[in-house]
Design a protein around this ligand. Structure first.
Ligand code: ATP
Ligand code: MG
Length: 268
């Protein structure tokens, strides 16, 4: 389990970027974070895998506090992280070198590294590119390579910070379905940060943040029911929820009805 206990973090400007965060998520869960620009989402991502350390409060990963000086690389081995722009994550001459980069740093033997890279690439459907230079890949393929680089390290948790935001709708759907299958079939715990709220309606729960503070936490139906408030903090709700909200406001629906099919059933 990854637990945030009364976590505060400030950059060098003596201003809390995140304040008093309390939430946790476990292996096999898909938990999402939403919030406007600058609300603190990427800060939370970096706190979750020890890239940043809180000045107040604790982030605890399977019982280990991230700012304990004696833990070595154990948190980074447990918690993988992938960011928005895959171009910034490439260092190798070939896709295989790129995916294997983290393994080399851990001194994993070459044969074992090749085995793991092949296995993960097959799962993500990018095995045909292993000997190609990363520069020839499309945005969606590059993002799969970045996810593969995290998965070869066999993480127990994965933090994904806006990994679909630069992708077209088809690649976006493909990535999200891969991520959800990792949760379901491999029991990985995923912390998923996005501005695309359509992607997260089936989250185990959603955390909404504003100005570094958690403002709502719950299932999609609860969190997205406050359409106007979410808009005011820079979060747009999924299209069907917005339609339902608008129809209710105009008196065409008498209750909150989410999801396209339900709305059609009520109206037709
Ligand atoms: N390296 C940094 N140094 C100083 N302040 C920073 C740094 N990184 C982020 N901040 C500040 O911390 C706050 C939270 O930033 P963060 O990047 O976590 O937001 P975010 O929710 O990820 O935003 P976005 O949606 O734009 O990605 C912002 O006020 C930002 O200006
Ligand atoms: Mg961010």
């Amino acid at each position: 389990m990854i637990e945030f206990r009364e976590v505060f973090f400030e950059y060098e400007d003596n201003k809390w970027a995140v304040e008093n965060l309390n939430f946790s998520f476990d292996k096999g869960q898909f938990v999402s974070i939403i919030g406007g620009n600058g609300s603190g989402k990427s800060t939370i991502a970096r706190l979750a895998n020890g890239l940043l350390l809180s000045q107040k409060g604790k982030v605890i990963v399977d019982g280990i506090t991230t700012n304990d000086p004696n833990i070595g690389n154990s948190i980074k081995a447990k918690v993988g992280i992938v960011f928005q722009n895959p171009d910034n994550q490439f260092i190798g001459m070939t896709v295989e070198e790129d995916i294997a980069f983290g393994l080399e740093n851990l001194n994993v033997d070459r044969n074992e590294a090749h085995r793991r890279v092949t296995e993960v690439s097959e799962m993500l459907g990018i095995e045909k590119y292993l000997s190609s230079p990363p520069s020839i890949l499309s945005g969606g393929e590059k993002q799969k390579v970045a996810i593969a680089g995290a998965l070869v390290l066999t993480p127990e948790y994965l933090v994904l910070d806006e990994v679909t935001s630069l992708l077209d709708p088809i690649s976006r759907r493909e990535i999200i379905s891969i991520v959800k299958s990792l949760v379901k079939n491999q029991g990985i715990g995923v912390l998923y940060i996005t501005h695309n709220t359509e992607e997260i309606v089936d989250s185990d729960y959603i955390v909404a943040i504003n100005k570094g503070k958690i403002v709502t936490k719950g299932k999609a139906k609860e969190v997205f029911s406050n359409v106007e408030y979410l808009h005011s903090i820079g979060v747009s709700v999924p299209g069907d929820i917005y339609v339902s909200y608008y129809l209710k406001k105009r008196g065409l629906l008498s209750e909150d009805v989410f999801f396209e099919q339900e709305i059609i059933k009520r109206l037709c």
